[in-house]
Design a protein around this ligand. Structure first.
Ligand SMILES: [Zn+2]
Ligand SMILES: [Zn+2]
Length: 353
């Protein structure tokens, strides 16, 4: 184990529009916190929006700022009392980006993703309101960390954050063995959702999208793909489900135009889960359809209590991350990684430290 240095390289958001790699002090873990040495950090669409200044004033509250919330790391040091978490220096870990206050009604109900104190001073959403992990080191509450077993690589572990979101979605929709499913949007989230749905027992999975990512969806277990540029996606999904519509639809596209299509793909009494953010855009809701068919429309936010399950799925080898992490960059090439994501060349660019 190397000693912890006093300075580190980090990708700093100093002015909106781009990142600069600079030397900054290594953060010091406080009571109950761990210092982690970052090994891999993915860049996602939310990061692109944060860097562009789309959420300025909130994410981040001020500049300069370190982004990065999809990462894996190794424990480098423990703050006072943090060893009570069961962690030790050298453990490989992934981390949730917030833990909740622990005391409000939603936290007490185990739904800490909906903590009612998120807007109070002191609340930290790492990578959004508190420093992220696009750096050589980061500090996190020890209780937000989960150990990663040897058979899960650093790069695969960086996908736990997004994968756990899809586990949460599968649980909220009560997806069960033999189910039929449609997934809109074959980006990282959709391609993980597809695999988690299969692992949860779905026997029909239709992935809706366009371009070469549909071939990737097939390779990863989709039983059908629907190319919306070749025809009405609703008709294609309904055809794949014998005309009935599917039990559960997952919208991983974040496109408000998809919401109406997703609702029309569900069978009577089916469920539609929305996993994407739409940047404030508003979707039309066909009220009669939702009411008369008793559709369950479910919002999916973050991944409460879902990290351990996603880590287990990766460790068991039932989720294939190889086609999802083809683009890897050193920290010094962070600008190229952002370009690869913006141009949709990379499903998920990964910075490896
Ligand atoms: Zn993200
Ligand atoms: Zn709370």
């Amino acid at each position: 184990m190397n000693a912890v240095p006093t300075s580190m390289r980090a990708a700093l958001l100093r002015d909106f529009g781009s990142l600069t790699v600079e030397e900054v002090p290594v953060p010091v873990p406080g009571p109950g916190e761990a210092l982690v040495r970052v090994r891999a950090c993915g860049i996602c669409g939310t990061d692109l929006k944060i860097v562009s200044g789309a959420y300025r004033g909130t994410w981040p509250p001020e500049l300069p700022f370190i982004i990065g919330h999809e990462w894996s790391a190794e424990v480098a040091a423990l703050g006072e009392g943090a060893q009570r978490s069961g962690l030790a220096v050298g453990d490989r870990v992934v981390g949730e980006n917030h833990t909740g206050c622990g005391t409000c009604p939603m936290c007490r109900a185990g739904r800490y993703n909906l903590c009612e104190r998120v807007r109070e001073p002191g609340f930290k959403l790492y990578g959004h309101t508190a420093p992220g992990a696009l750096a050589e080191y980061a500090v996190r509450p020890a209780m937000s960390l989960h150990k990663v077993p040897d058979q899960v690589s650093d790069v695969a572990a960086a996908l736990v954050n997004q994968g756990a979101l899809t586990v949460h979605a599968a649980r909220r929709t009560r997806l069960s063995a033999g189910a039929s499913v449609a997934v809109f949007g074959p980006g990282l989230l959709g391609l993980l959702m597809l695999q988690v749905a299969r692992a949860a027992g779905a026997t029909t999975v239709v992935v809706v999208g366009r371009g070469p990512r549909l071939a990737t969806a097939h390779r990863l277990g989709a039983t059908h793909v629907a190319d919306y540029s070749a025809g009405d996606p609703v008709a294609q999904v309904r055809a794949a489900s014998g005309g009935r519509g599917v039990d559960v639809v997952f919208d991983c596209s974040g496109n408000v135009l998809v919401v109406g299509q997703a609702l029309r793909c569900a069978r009577r009494g089916g469920a539609v889960a929305l996993l994407g953010l739409a940047g404030g855009a508003v979707a039309e809701l066909p009220v009669d359809l939702v009411t008369l068919d008793e559709l369950d429309v479910l919002g999916i936010r973050s991944s409460p209590n879902a990290y351990p399950a996603m880590i287990s799925l990766l460790a068991a080898g039932v989720i294939d991350t190889t086609p999802l992490t083809t683009h890897r960059y050193p920290l010094s090439d962070v600008a190229r990684a952002f370009e690869a994501l913006a141009r949709r060349e990379a499903i998920r660019p990964i910075i490896t430290m």
